[in-house]
Design a binder for this molecule. Structure first.
Ligand code: AMP
Ligand code: ZN
Length: 136
């Protein structure tokens, strides 16, 4: 199903032109308009899912298989030195477009792309709390 209000539905469906680097029946892969690095691209399913929670398992599997293939192709074509696969869900996690997508971010020596976080510390208390909640 498509969402008539969703920009990524329009792009994935070809109603809005995009810089497409790959397309098949289920997905379109486009260059990000605000790239973190040279070649930053997005995998868009042609069907509308707001986020990973809505995504069905088959599409999730196909999307990650495609991410693996694109990482190989893009690394070969662009000569990058590493690769980040990023996927945001919810505005608190940095999602700004509410149509599921996977970021493909080629990385280059000294590219200055900031995707890191400040490591915290796993306390005994937190560890026990999480383990017990996850085992429920
Ligand atoms: P996220 O913050 O994970 O939701 O990622 C949304 C991404 O979509 C950002 O990296 C934007 O630069 C990118 N973006 C937004 N609109 C467009 C568009 N029309 N075409 C290509 N990329 C877009
Ligand atoms: Zn959509």
């Amino acid at each position: 199903m498509r969402d008539s209000e969703c920009i990524f539905c329009k792009i994935a469906g070809g109603d809005i032109p995009s810089a497409t680097i790959y397309e098949d029946e289920k997905f379109r892969v486009i260059l990000d308009l605000g790239p973190a690095s040279k070649g930053h691209a997005l995998i868009l399913p042609k069907e509308h899912f707001a986020n990973i929670y809505e995504l069905d398992e088959k599409t999730a599997a196909d999307a990650f298989i495609l991410a693996k293939k694109m990482a190989g192709k893009m690394t070969e074509a662009l000569g990058c030195d590493g690769f980040n696969i990023v996927q945001n869900n919810g505005s608190v996690a940095g999602q700004t477009v509410f149509h599921f997508h996977i970021h493909l971010i080629p990385r280059y020596e000294n590219d200055g792309v900031g995707l890191g976080w400040k490591p915290g510390q796993l306390t005994e208390e937190q560890k026990e709390e999480i383990l017990s909640k996850m085992r429920e």
